[in-house]
Structures are given as structure tokens and as C-alpha cells.
Design a protein around this ligand. Sequence first.
Ligand SMILES: *[C@@H]1O[C@H](CO)[C@@H](O)[C@H](O)[C@H]1NC(C)=O
Ligand SMILES: *[C@@H]1O[C@H](CO)[C@@H](O)[C@H](O)[C@H]1NC(C)=O
Ligand SMILES: *[C@@H]1O[C@H](CO)[C@@H](O)[C@H](O)[C@H]1NC(C)=O
Ligand SMILES: *[C@@H]1O[C@H](CO)[C@@H](O)[C@H](O)[C@H]1NC(C)=O
Ligand SMILES: *[C@@H]1O[C@H](CO)[C@@H](O)[C@H](O)[C@H]1NC(C)=O
Ligand SMILES: *[C@@H]1O[C@H](CO)[C@@H](O)[C@H](O)[C@H]1NC(C)=O
Ligand SMILES: *[C@@H]1O[C@H](CO)[C@@H](O)[C@H](O)[C@H]1NC(C)=O
Ligand SMILES: *[C@@H]1O[C@H](CO)[C@@H](O)[C@H](O)[C@H]1NC(C)=O
Ligand SMILES: *[C@@H]1O[C@H](CO)[C@@H](O)[C@H](O)[C@H]1NC(C)=O
Ligand SMILES: *[C@@H]1O[C@H](CO)[C@@H](O)[C@H](O)[C@H]1NC(C)=O
Ligand SMILES: *[C@@H]1O[C@H](CO)[C@@H](O)[C@H](O)[C@H]1NC(C)=O
Ligand SMILES: *[C@@H]1O[C@H](CO)[C@@H](O)[C@H](O)[C@H]1NC(C)=O
Length: 681
Amino acid sequence: MAVFNALFWLATFFVLLDSTSAQKCWKDTTCSGPADTSFPGPWEANIFAPASRTVSPASILSNSGDFVSKFPGNSQLSGNGSILVFDFGIEVGGLVTLDYSTTGKGSIGLAFTESKNWIGEWSDSSNGGFKGPDGAIYSSFNTSGTYSYTMPDLRLRGGFRYLTLFLVTNGTTSVNITDIKLEIGFQPTWSNLKAYQGYFHSSDELLNRIWYGGAYTLQTNAVPPNTGRQVPFVVTGWANNGTLGPGDTIIVDGAKRDRAVWPGDMGIAVPSTFVSIGDLSSVKNALQVMYNYQNPTTGAFPEAGPPLLQQGSDTYHMWTMIGTYNYLLYSNDTTFLKENWSKYLLAMKFIYGKVGPSGLLNVTGLRDWARWQTGGNGSEPNMILYRTLLTGADLSIWAGDITGLNATWQTQAASLKTAINEYCWDLSYGAFRDNATDTTLHPQDANSMSILFDVVDTSVKAESISSNLLKNWTPIGAVTPELPGNISPFISSFEIQAHFTIGQTDRALDLIRRSWGWYINNPLGSESTVIEGYLQNGTFGYRSSRGYDYDASYVSHSHGWSSGPTSALTTYVLGLSITSPAGGTWQLAPQFGDLSSAEGGFTTSLGKFQAGWILSHNGYTLSYNVPKGTTGEVILPCLSAGKFPSITIDGRHVSSGPTAQLEGSSIVLNGAGGSHTVVVS
Ligand SMILES: *[C@@H]1O[C@H](CO)[C@@H](O)[C@H](O)[C@H]1NC(C)=O
Ligand SMILES: *[C@@H]1O[C@H](CO)[C@@H](O)[C@H](O)[C@H]1NC(C)=O
Ligand SMILES: *[C@@H]1O[C@H](CO)[C@@H](O)[C@H](O)[C@H]1NC(C)=O
Ligand SMILES: *[C@@H]1O[C@H](CO)[C@@H](O)[C@H](O)[C@H]1NC(C)=O
Ligand SMILES: *[C@@H]1O[C@H](CO)[C@@H](O)[C@H](O)[C@H]1NC(C)=O
Ligand SMILES: *[C@@H]1O[C@H](CO)[C@@H](O)[C@H](O)[C@H]1NC(C)=O
Ligand SMILES: *[C@@H]1O[C@H](CO)[C@@H](O)[C@H](O)[C@H]1NC(C)=O
Ligand SMILES: *[C@@H]1O[C@H](CO)[C@@H](O)[C@H](O)[C@H]1NC(C)=O
Ligand SMILES: *[C@@H]1O[C@H](CO)[C@@H](O)[C@H](O)[C@H]1NC(C)=O
Ligand SMILES: *[C@@H]1O[C@H](CO)[C@@H](O)[C@H](O)[C@H]1NC(C)=O
Ligand SMILES: *[C@@H]1O[C@H](CO)[C@@H](O)[C@H](O)[C@H]1NC(C)=O
Ligand SMILES: *[C@@H]1O[C@H](CO)[C@@H](O)[C@H](O)[C@H]1NC(C)=O
């Protein structure tokens, strides 16, 4: 009896343990992610991530893509070549388990695609880009009976929305699909995929969806480190068993592909990760692997993490350095900085050693994002070097440097700025040329970065660049002069920030709605993520204007480098950003555009940072709540330029003076930590 009782209690104990481990994470990964969101509220309805790590399709479509029924529904495959398409409704990724019963012998083919364009018996392309579609994988059965099939780990499919099932048989075999379950592979340390540490909610429903589409994309890009694309690429099919780096989770470029660490992509992806999901572990592991694979002799970082390990990119080298700054800014992980500092110094020596007598960087590591022309004294790498030097100066302070590096790198940045403005500015056109040589190409990347990184040396020139960038616009986005025929939401992520930086709010919002709005409303896309790139004529494809390049289906529909609106809407429209590690200091500088309200927030090791504004009939109310002990700068838009409005803070009247100064069309206030309400009328 006693033994029975003990067993009974033991069993109960394990049942209890098991129910707390509704805390289930990917395979044997420990759940170390947050249990729940930091900001509960109605905006959670905009989160695309599913409530569970195990999901089923939403609906069943015919071979031609027409809606048949909701899932579960009649799912019978009868006879050779019969097809059903299962639509998950959003981007997903992982390992599928099929339960089915059969009347005879045959096999079921499984094919995957992100875009509806490629539903059918061949998956969209993920393997190597040049080989065409990946084909299908098969579950075979020899006789009538019931079966359960789970895809092998090697064949994990990182990103798809549609699963096509088709029957291969010689006879009259039929199959009933009784269940389909997908075990989600991404964000492997999170038991609750909706546990966002940031949020954004505005009066514009389209912008809200775009913000959450960027956030969800970044979740699909945080992957188990043993699920990278195998290198060398397989010739047929696909294989995702590559080892990407340390830890339990790591940020890669795309869900379907490349499934590799790319530091340039992180230049956009990481700020957006910080304001939304708040997953810095994936970022740390990605940076660490770049340091681990630094060339110990030259100091060069690889262009991409292992197993790809492409080399020879000066720009991506610098993005690892800027990425180090971003990670430190968000995390204040000075242990990481100090332990890797000697490697950072070597990296700076490597890149600054390429600055020639004219003061410009002479680019010899030619690889870069997908732009065609690289090398020489290209404007874009020089803009990135300026950002590298200035962020390096801050890092030197945070690393406790006592050798004067802050002053050295600040001085080098200043002379670089002079050289860029002297040699690369095209006075007759009013924008930067693609390089210091005589070219008529005025690139989207360098010009956007010149404003965002504060390289352009007068506000008149900045206004001219902003206006000239509009010449690239079409109804569905900005065509990139340095990659003709293509629209790059990666480079457009810099462009929107450039317009916001100089207060051209309407232009930034217009471009977000044209480009990201076009994609998220496109029924042929994922309707839940941001795409790598697309063609000017509104078809899916990328970098194909020279005819030899990628299969159109190779494009990634869940690519974090295109998530710029997520950080931009928080940083510029809501207006909330941090200006020193973990938010010891911060800035609140809203831009209203054509919105009537916005609110949002994010989390650091110091706690929650939150703000919101709402327009009233005669002004606006701005409130914020940030950790006590922090300090910030509140920049209030004037109601009419040059005029000091009526301002109250927590009900007390504030008049013009040293702590509330009129600067152009804004009022600059010192902001205290804690919770405060500012009313402007
Ligand atoms: C079965 O259908 C496939 C196309 O789905 C076709 O290629 C194959 O030849 C067919 N096999 C038989 C035995 O009819
Ligand atoms: C499939 O389902 C139909 C309808 O429920 C049933 O008549 C048929 O026997 C099932 N076939 C198999 C192979 O389970
Ligand atoms: C169909 O028949 C051919 C020829 O007998 C055989 O090679 C093939 O394996 C069979 N396929 C299936 C799915 O049973
Ligand atoms: C089907 O039969 C073949 C040959 O007998 C065997 O190798 C295979 O394991 C069987 N497959 C299943 C799914 O039972
Ligand atoms: C990945 O799988 C292939 C076989 O497809 C194997 O040769 C390779 O060693 C595996 N790679 C890793 C890192 O496990
Ligand atoms: C970088 O810092 C981490 C501490 O966060 C340490 O574990 C790692 O060994 C350092 N890496 C290198 C390459 O020095
Ligand atoms: C730029 O680099 C190339 C290749 O290393 C070299 O030949 C050239 O002399 C360099 N030019 C300058 C101005 O440093
Ligand atoms: C641009 O680079 C070339 C060599 O790559 C160099 O000869 C030339 O002087 C550079 N121009 C400027 C303005 O630095
Ligand atoms: C300058 O840029 C143009 C346009 O991208 C390119 O055609 C040319 O080769 C570049 N020249 C140098 C020296 O890099
Ligand atoms: C870093 O250098 C800049 C420019 O010389 C200077 O304004 C700033 O005070 C320095 N910061 C520190 C902490 O030394
Ligand atoms: C769009 O442009 C691509 C690349 O030039 C071309 O291959 C494709 O046929 C075009 N599609 C349409 C619908 O115009
Ligand atoms: C950042 O880390 C440093 C060193 O550990 C510490 O002194 C400082 O207080 C931290 N800053 C914040 C804002 O937490």
C-alpha cells in the first residue's frame, strides 16, 4: 500500500512537472526565453507568431490554389498525382508530422513554398540558388494501414507557408490525411512565441501590421545553431544540418535561406529585434562566431558565419564592428566587449589601414550586399567607415580604454567626413556619386546612409539628397540605382530612416506604405513577414536583371534585413530610443506624420521603457514611463514653427528657459526617469 502510494505520488509529481513544461522548447533546447510579454494589451492581436510551438494548417486549397475548406477537412488523396495544398496562413518553419491511412502501396510527396506562386510538386528554391527548385521529400508506405511520418532533421524546412501533399502510386491507392502537425524550429529557446519584450500600436492599422511583420520575420530568423544550410550546397533537395555558431539560438539572414550569419543584414535586423521581440541572445551568439572566425593575422572578419564562411568583404567586416556597438548599446554586456576587445582593435587596424592619401577608404574586399558595382573608393563603404569610427569611439569609452582611442577615432572620422564631402559630392546633381571617380550613378545606399550616419555636412545638402531619392520611387517602392530593376527593402530600410532623421516624416511613411504595404497586402506572399527583395515590375524575383542569376523562387520571403520599419516606427514615429548602454540615457522625439496616436515600448536590463502620444483638438499629450534614475531628452514638436507653445509636465506649467528651449521647430526638455505626462497646446 505504501509502495502504491509512493508510486502514485511520484506519478502525480511527474504529471505536474509535465504540465509546467507546457514550457516546451525546440527538441532538447532549454527554455530560456521570457515566459510572457512585458507589455500586455490589445496590440497582442497583431502578433503573427502562433500561440504554440506546434501548429496545424489553417486551410486546404486545391492544386490551382483555390480555397477548398478549413483544416481539418476532407483530406483524401486518391490515385496517382492527386494533390492537396495546405496553407498555414502565415510564414512557418520546422518539421512536419503527417498522420495518414492508406488502402495500398505508394508514397506521399511533401513540397514547400513561401509564395503561392510555387505551390505544386516542386518546392521553391533554397539549396544553392542556381540549381532550380528543391523538389520534394517522400513518405513511403507498402500496404494498407495507418502511418505517422516525421520529416528527418536534415530536411528541416526553415521557411514556408504552403505545404503541398501529392500521391505517387501505380494503382488505385487512396490516402486519408488524418492530421498534420508542424513543430516550429525557430526561436528555439522560447516556449511562448508571443512573449514580446516590445510593442507598437498606432492609429494606422497598416503600419501596425508592417511593424509586427518585421518582428515576426526576426523570430523566424532566430534559429537552432545546428540547422544552418549545409556547405557545400547539395545539388538536389536541401540539407539544413550546418553548424552556425555557439549557444542555443542564433540570428541568421532568412528563414528558408541562407540560414547563415550575415553581419550586414544585422545592421537592420538587430535594432528591429531590440525594439520588438527583444531577443539579444541570438545576436550575441552571431557576433561571437564572427570574432571566433576572425583572421588572426590580418584582423579581417569573415563576410558570413560558418559553415558558409565567405571572406573578402570590407563592408560586412565593418558591420560586425557596428554590430558590436549595437549589441553593447542594447545589452551593456561589457564582459563581452572587454573579452573581445583586442580582436576589435585588430579589426579597426585592418580596415583603417585601407585609407589612402586622399583620406578615403580604398575598398579591396569587394563583396557587399547585392549591389552590382563595388570597390575603389566607393561612397557606401566610406559612409559605413564613418559610422564604424564613431561607434568605435563610443565602444572605446565603454571598454574603459585609457590610450586615447576616443579622440583618435573621432579625429579620423572628422577627416573622413571632409574627404567624402570633398571627393564624392556631385554638386551639379545634389547627391553623392557612387564613388570619387566621375560617375553619374547616385546610389540609394550611400545617399541614405550619408544622412542617417550624419556624413553629409550641411542641412541644405541633406534636403537635396532626400528630394533626389524620390526620383527612384515607383508606386510599389524605390528602385535601387545600384541594382537596376530591383527594389531592395534592405536599402529602403536605410532610406526611410534618412527621411525621418531630417524630419521628412511624410516621405518616410509614404515609402513604408508603398513598399512594405505592397508586400504585406500581396496575397501571393506570406502576408506575415518582410521579403528580401523584388522586381520593379511587381513580380517575385531578385537580382535577375542580368539574366544569369537566381531562380525567381530563390528569393527569401522572411528576411530580417528588410525589417527596417520596425525599428524606425519605434525610434522616430513613437520617438523613443536609448542613447547609452541599456538606456541609462534615452531620447523621446515623436514625429506625428499623418497619424493621430502612437504608443509602444521595449525592455532593457534596467526595465521597461514605454511612451505614447495622442493628438487633441488643439495640441497633443505625450506620456512616458521609463526606469527611475535614468535621464533623457524630450524633444517636443512645436504646434507652429518658431513659437513656444503652452506646455505642462505632470500638470505644472513650463515656460521658456534653460530647461525648455526652443530650437527651430521643437522644444528641447530635460526628461527625468519615472512616469510623466506632457501636455502641449
Ligand atoms: C504519377 O504522377 C506523376 C506526376 O504526379 C507522374 O510523373 C508519373 O508518371 C505518374 N506515374 C504513374 C505510374 O502514372
Ligand atoms: C478515408 O475516409 C473516408 C471517409 O471517412 C472513408 O470512407 C475511407 O475508408 C477512408 N480511407 C482510408 C484509407 O482510411
Ligand atoms: C510502380 O511500378 C514500377 C514498376 O513496377 C516500380 O518500379 C515502382 O517502384 C512502383 N512505384 C510505386 C510507388 O509503387
Ligand atoms: C517497404 O518495403 C521495403 C521492401 O520490403 C522495405 O525496405 C521498407 O522498409 C518498407 N517501407 C515501409 C514504410 O514499411
Ligand atoms: C550534414 O549531413 C551530411 C549528410 O547529408 C553529413 O555528411 C555532414 O557531416 C553533416 N554535417 C554536420 C555538421 O553534421
Ligand atoms: C568574447 O567574450 C566572451 C564573453 O562574453 C568570451 O566568452 C569569449 O571567449 C570572447 N571571445 C574571444 C574570441 O575573445
Ligand atoms: C587601392 O588598393 C589597390 C589594391 O590593393 C592598390 O593597388 C592601390 O594602390 C590602392 N590605392 C590607393 C590609393 O591606396
Ligand atoms: C580613388 O581610388 C583610386 C585607387 O583605387 C585612387 O587612385 C584615387 O586617388 C582615389 N581617389 C580619391 C579621391 O581618393
Ligand atoms: C564608380 O562607380 C560607377 C558606378 O557604380 C562604376 O561604374 C565605376 O566602375 C566606379 N569606378 C571606380 C573606380 O570604382
Ligand atoms: C570623446 O571625444 C569627443 C571628441 O573629441 C569628445 O567630445 C568627448 O568628450 C570624448 N568623450 C570622452 C568620454 O572622453
Ligand atoms: C518582370 O521582370 C523580370 C526580369 O526582367 C522578367 O523576367 C519577368 O518576365 C517580368 N514579369 C512581368 C510580369 O513583366
Ligand atoms: C553598464 O555596465 C557597467 C559595467 O558593468 C556598469 O558600471 C554600469 O552601471 C552599467 N550601466 C547600466 C546603465 O546598467
